[in-house]
Design a protein around this ligand. Structure first.
Ligand code: IMP
Ligand code: MG
Length: 334
C-alpha cells in the first residue's frame, strides 16, 4: 500500500486516530499528510499507556521516522499546532503547507454565537467562519505568519515525490462522510467536503495515485451536535449499553444508535472504499477485549463482522478490540 487514504464512514469519532497510529507502527509509514477541515477534529491516540487528543497533527507521530505534514486544504490554528508539536516531541518532523489558511480570533468568536452555535451546534473552533472567509478570498495564509515559518514545506510536492519513490504514504481524513458539506445531512454538516476525494485534494494528490481507501466504522454509530441520527437511542439507554462517549474537542456527550448498515453501504460508495476497519468491537462483545487475531474473536463477534462484510461488499481488514493502538485484529494480506 504505497498510498492509502483513511476516512470515516459515519459522523466522525469512529477511531481514525487509533487505526492510523496502528498503521504508523505496523506499516512503518514514511509520511502522513493530514487532510480535512482543521482543529474541529479530535483524533484520539493511545500509545504506551498515554492518551493524546490530536486536533492538528497527523496521528502517526509515534512512528519516529514518519514525516508529519499538513496539506494546503487544512485550516491551521497555530497555537494548537505548536502545542501539539511540543506535546508529541515531533517538532523536527513537522511540515506545513504555505497555502493553509489561518484561523483567527474573530473566526472562533463568530463560531460561538447565533445560527452556528444554536442551530448547527458546531465545535466552536472557528473552522466554518474561516472557510467562509477563504471562499471570499480574504483569509490569511500560513505563508504570511512568522510563527510557522520554520515549518513551511510544499506538501503536495513532498507527498507526490514520496509516492513516486515507493514510500509508505497515508492521507489522514477527518470528520465523517455524513458531516460532508456535499454528501452529509445538510445543514447539519461541517464546512467542506470530507470524503476520500476531498482528502486527496486537501494534500494535492490526484485520484490515480491512491492504492487503498480504508473506511473506518465503529461497532455502533454516534454523532455530536445537531442533525438526524436514525434509530437514535436515549442517553440513558446508551449508558446501560456502555456506549457513552464524550467529544474529544468539545466534551459534549455523543448521541448513539446501533451500527447503521444503510449509511455504511452508501459511505463505501461515496468514498470508493477498498477495505474497512470496524473499531470498538470489544464494547459490543467484551469477551474480545485485546484480541489480536481473528480466530480469538467470539462466534457472535465474527458473525457481526461477517454480516457487515456481506452488506458493504468490501473486506473488514482491521478490527479494533480496545483503545490502545496495538489492540487490533489485522486481516490484511501482506
Ligand atoms: P463544525 O465542523 O465545527 O462547523 O461543526 C459542524 C458539525 O460537525 C457539528 O455537528 C459538529 O459536532 C460536527 N463535527 C465537526 N468535527 C467533528 C469531528 O471531528 N467529530 C465529530 N463531529 C464533528
Ligand atoms: Mg473525534
Amino acid at each position: 500500500m504505497p498510498c492509502s487514504v483513511v476516512v470515516c464512514g459515519f459522523f466522525g469519532d469512529t477511531g481514525k486516530g487509533k487505526v492510523i497510529s496502528y498503521l504508523a507502527l505496523k506499516d512503518k509509514l514514511d509520511i502522513t499528510a493530514r487532510a480535512g477541515v482543521g482543529p474541529n477534529a479530535g483524533h484520539t491516540v493511545i500509545v504506551g499507556g498515554r492518551k493524546y487528543g490530536l486536533r492538528m497533527l497527523p496521528s502517526a507521530f509515534m512512528q519516529k521516522k514518519c514525516r508529519l505534514l499538513i496539506g494546503p486544504g487544512v485550516l491551521v490554528n497555530p497555537e494548537i499546532l505548536l502545542n501539539e508539536m511540543k506535546l508529541t516531541e515531533s517538532t523536527s518532523r513537522v511540515g506545513v503547507d504555505p497555502q493553509c489558511a489561518i484561523i483567527e480570533a474573530r473566526h472562533i468568536e463568530a463560531d460561538k454565537v447565533g445560527h452556528l452555535a444554536k442551530d448547527i451546534r458546531t465545535t466552536g473552533t472557528g473552522t466554518g467562519p474561516c472557510n467562509a472567509e477563504r471562499a471570499l478570498r480574504k483569509v490569511t495564509l500560513v505563508r504570511e505568519v512568522k510563527e510557522l515559518k520554520d515549518y513551511l514545506t510544499d506538501v503536495p510536492l513532498e507527498v507526490n515525490k514520496a509516492i513516486d519513490s515507493g514510500k509508505q504514504v497515508l492521507i489522514e481524513g477527518t470528520q465523517g462522510t455524513y458531516l460532508s458539506l456535499f454528501h452529509g445531512t445538510y445543514p447539519y454538516v461541517t464546512s467542506k467536503d470530507v470524503t476520500a476525494s476531498a482528502a486527496c485534494s486537501d494534500v494535492g494528490v490526484g485520484p490515480t495515485k491512491v492504492d487503498d481507501v480504508i473506511i473506518v466504522f465503529k461497532a455502533f454509530t454516534t454523532r455530536v451536535g445537531a442533525g438526524p441520527l436514525p434509530n437514535e437511542i436515549s442517553l440513558a439507554e446508551a449508558e446501560k449499553r456502555g456506549w457513552t462517549e464524550y467529544g474529544t474537542v468539545t466534551g459534549r456527550p455523543r448521541r448513539a444508535s446501533p451500527f447503521n448498515v444503510e449509511l455504511a453501504k452508501r459511505a463505501v460508495m461515496l468514498n470508493g472504499a477498498t477495505q474497512a476497519a470496524v473499531t470498538k468491537i470489544d464494547v459490543l462483545f467484551p469477551e474480545c477485549k485485546g484480541a489480536t487475531s481473528y480466530n480469538k474473536l467470539s462466534k457472535d463477534a465474527k458473525a457481526f463482522i461477517e454480516n457487515i462484510e456481506k452488506e458493504i461488499k468490501i473486506p473488514v481488514t482491521l478490527i479494533g478490540t480496545g483503545p490502545d493502538a496495538l489492540e487490533m485484529v489485522n486481516r490484511r494480506r501482506s
